[in-house]
Design a protein around this ligand. Structure first.
Ligand SMILES: C[S@@+](CC[C@H](N)C(=O)[O-])C[C@H]1O[C@@H](n2cnc3c(N)ncnc32)[C@H](O)[C@@H]1O
Length: 753
């Protein structure tokens, strides 16, 4: 009998013995990829050093199988519970537990399993003997699966698996039903790719998946439709704004509530029948349109198109429902109201939104060539028309709202009003919602504002913030100011001077602070008076780490400016501001707080008078100890030695920073920070990786000395524990220091606003 000391040892031994006889090409990592002890062909394996309670172990396996179903993975037919030291396997059939597998479990699968009552095992196999060993091999070669039912809990997982298996598939190929004019029967109703894994879904329509329609979009639609659905409690909260707009309808007027991008009608579902009877709705995605019709079609005034014709289905989209097309703008159903002076128009929309990270990939998206965008470009300059949401907002005011009592209730990040000045209207009231609850995992602020169609500029909006608690209830997060911003760092603070002795024979770097093989967008400027290159310019915090950096030479991506030794101190607040979101992650901050140069005149005057001498040195201290300062010391390919001068390592003589920090009147926090830096540097000097010819900043220590590897149990092992510990402590201290000493002044001088 073997005597393994832990399960892991027994598991590895088992796999080493049996895998070569099952499939040579497999390795253990493939088998244990799903956070369980392993799935091998049609077998789920669970290893125990000694089996103690088969029912509890079986329940643990059921939870693993439940998780596989939700992820859209086939459910192995065999469950094998293995007693490693007893060399015994217990075989169960997963089909006998389908009801339990189709439930959803929360928490760790290994916990709270006692008390489950299962049936007896189907077979007990003693694999210390030949006959048992060959039985195990035969079982592990089996590729049989238990079919599962598709429901709301697992459909997104199976959709993802489907689009991965059939990359060109469209939503109809997965979701198509027998209702309506377009009759592609999709995979869930007639499984072919998943023939062995799922039962056909018998629901006539897709209404059961109404809240998931955006997540079921195929890859192409996900890119083009930018769909993020509104959670029910937010939809209901925004009804308060809608009702304020309805209250503004002049006596005797009719009114319509127009939602051009209604999806499955989440915003409207909970409206009263009277309110619904004023709704005019449309959406461009075909399966959303069908669900919308089924759910509220009989209660609303119009859905566009009102009924489906043989040509309504148009490559997954609804012909005539593209709100950005000329046809739509001219649609007589809507036009009759817009042209009627006795009808008030209320737009109520959560327009499609392009993730900032995805903007690059949107260059060729169909909406870029739409009629509305081409018209918008004639009136709006710059990048405003690069945003799908902006196209909805702009066209809403341009083509639909005509009277001062018309209103627009719109969900969107505040940028369109705050930074882009897309509209100058009067806000009646607005709310801030947490973007995390709109089918994303990003904590950020989405404003839902009720705009009156009256001109009016204001420097600040006050909106009430609401998050959603675990139990689904709204929780008030305070009244949040949103200030408008007017000036950019780049036009007001960046150093744009050129010098006669500037040369262009230097080097360019990547964001990791070392030379970059990429094609450079900037010329490799060199001058002895250069200290480095700063990136901090964009007004938003969409990509905080890409848009915040300090390097010893120019960055190949550009978007920054060269720091010169004579005035670098007064430039540092920009770098400090660019770290704000990293240290202030609450949902209320991102997409609400931005960077501005609106306080430039005051700031420059106070710098000139010397009032800010001490604070600028505090900014310097932060900059020297902040991990996003990626300045390193190294020999460049141009033969020059590049030294990090914005760090406090004086081993090889003073740095520019150390000289300036000497003039800071240190408080207790600052003394603690410097002592922690000393601890870190001393620890770094004790390591093999340390190079005494270099001048180290925090980032270079992190990148070159705080190295690690993974042990065989996949745990991270740090090569230099003292360095790693000192770095972790420094990170905590620097965050506290930043929020206490730096941030208030950044707001005071409107670097943050
Ligand atoms: C952010 S979702 C909002 C859906 C729904 N109103 C809600 O709040 O849950 C935006 C919707 O706009 C639709 N859409 C995207 N582009 C469109 C276009 N050009 N015309 C009409 N609808 C569009 C998407 O299919 C998606 O349903």
């Amino acid at each position: 009998m073997p005597s393994f000391v832990n399960e892991r040892e027994g598991q590895i031994d088992f796999y080493n013995r049996f895998i070569p006889l099952v499939d040579h090409s497999l390795n253990v990592d493939d088998i244990i990829a799903d956070n369980n002890d392993g799935v091998l062909n049609g077998n789920l394996l669970e290893f125990k050093l000694r089996v103690s309670d088969l029912n509890a172990h079986l329940f643990q396996c059921i939870k693993y199988l439940s998780a596989l179903r939700i992820k859209g993975r086939p459910i192995p037919s065999n469950i094998l519970i293995i007693d490693c030291n007893g060399e015994t396997a217990y075989l169960y059939n997963s089909a006998d537990y389908l009801d339990e597998i189709e439930k959803v479990y929360y928490g760790a699968a290994s916990r709270d399993n006692a008390g489950f009552v299962g049936s007896s095992f189907n077979e007990k196999i003693d694999y210390s003997r030949h006959i048992g060993q060959s039985r195990i091999i035969a079982l592990l070669r089996e590729k049989l699966y238990t079919k599962i039912h598709i429901d709301e809990n697992c459909i997104v997982g199976w959709a993802t698996a489907f689009y991965r298996s059939v990359p060109n598939a469209r939503k109809e190929d997965f979701l198509g039903d027998r209702t309506g004019q377009h009759r592609t029967i999709g995979e869930i109703r007639n499984p072919t790719v998943f023939r062995d894994f799922i039962y056909p879904y018998t629901g006539q329509s897709n209404v059961k998946f109404q809240y998931l329609m955006d997540k079921l979009n195929d890859t192409l639609q996900k890119k083009n439709l930018g769909a993020f659905y509104t959670p029910e409690v937010y939809a209901e909260k925004s009804h308060e704004l809608l009702r304020m707009a309805i209250a503004r309808v002049p006596e005797g007027n009719d009114y319509i509530i127009l939602d051009r991008c209604a999806g499955t009608g989440n915003l409207e579902k909970k409206l009263t029948d009277e309110e619904l009877s004023h709704c005019v709705l449309s959406t461009v995605e075909y399966y959303e349109y069908k669900v919308l019709q089924e759910l509220i079609g009989s209660k609303v005034r119009h859905i566009i198109p009102p009924v489906e014709s043989s040509d309504t289905f148009n490559a997954g989209l609804v012909r005539g429902a593209d709100a950005l097309s000329k046809d739509y703008l001219e649609n007589p159903l809507i036009k009759q109201y817009v042209d009627n002076p006795n009808c008030t128009i209320i737009l109520f929309e959560n327009p499609p939104y392009t993730e900032p990270q995805a903007v690059e990939g949107q260059k060729n998206a169909p909406w870029k060539k739409s009629y509305v965008i081409s018209e918008m470009k004639k009136e709006c300059s710059g990048t405003i028309s690069n945003d799908l949401g902006n196209a909805f907002i702009w066209s809403g005011f341009k083509y639909y709202l005509r009277q001062p009592t018309d209103s627009y209730i719109v969900y969107s990040p505040v940028k369109y009003w705050k930074a882009q000045h897309l509209i100058n209207k009067k806000m009646i009231e607005g709310f801030a919602f947490n973007r995390r609850h709109f089918h994303t995992n990003i904590d950020a602020c989405i404003m839902c504002a009720c705009w009156s169609n009256e001109e009016g500029t204001s420097d600040v909006l006050h909106i009430d913030g609401f998050d959603i608690k675990g139990n689904g209830e709204l929780v008030f997060a305070g009244t949040l100011p949103v200030y408008r911003i007017y000036k950019l760092y780049s036009n007001n603070y960046n150093d744009k001077r050129t010098f006669e002795d500037d040369t262009f024979d230097g080097i360019t770097l990547g964001l990791d602070g070392i030379e970059s093989p990429n094609n450079s967008r900037i010329r490799p400027l060199y001058n002895d008076n250069l200290l480095g290159y700063m990136i901090a310019g964009s007004s938003g915090f969409d990509k905080p780490d890409l848009e915040s950096s300090l390097l010893v030479a120019g960055c190949y991506r550009g978007n920054g400016f060269f720091l010169r030794k004579d005035n670098y101190l007064e430039k540092l607040p920009m770098f400090c501001a660019s770290r704000y979101i990293t240290y202030n992650r609450a949902w209320t901050e991102r997409a609400r707080i931005m960077k501005s140069a609106d306080g430039a005149a005051r700031f420059k005057a106070d710098v000139a008078s010397g009032n800010l001498d001490q604070w600028l040195r505090k900014c310097l201290l932060f900059t020297c100890l902040e991990m996003q300062n990626h300045m390193r010391t190294f020999k460049g390919s141009d033969g020059r030695f590049y030294r990090n001068e914005l760090c406090l390592d004086t081993t090889n003589g003073e740095t520019i920073a150390s000289v300036d920090i000497d003039k800071l009147n240190l408080n207790e926090d600052e003394k603690r920070l410097l002592a922690q830096w000393d601890t870190l540097l001393e620890a770094a000097k004790e390591t093999e990786e340390y190079d005494e010819t270099l001048t180290y900043g925090v980032y270079q220590i992190f990148a070159e000395i705080d190295t690690s590897y993974k042990d065989e149990d996949d745990n991270t092992v740090w090569n230099n524990v003292a360095v790693h510990t000192a770095l972790s402590t420094l990170k905590t201290l620097i965050k506290e220091y930043y929020n206490k000493e730096i941030v208030p002044m950044l707001f005071k001088y409107e670097f943050l606003k």
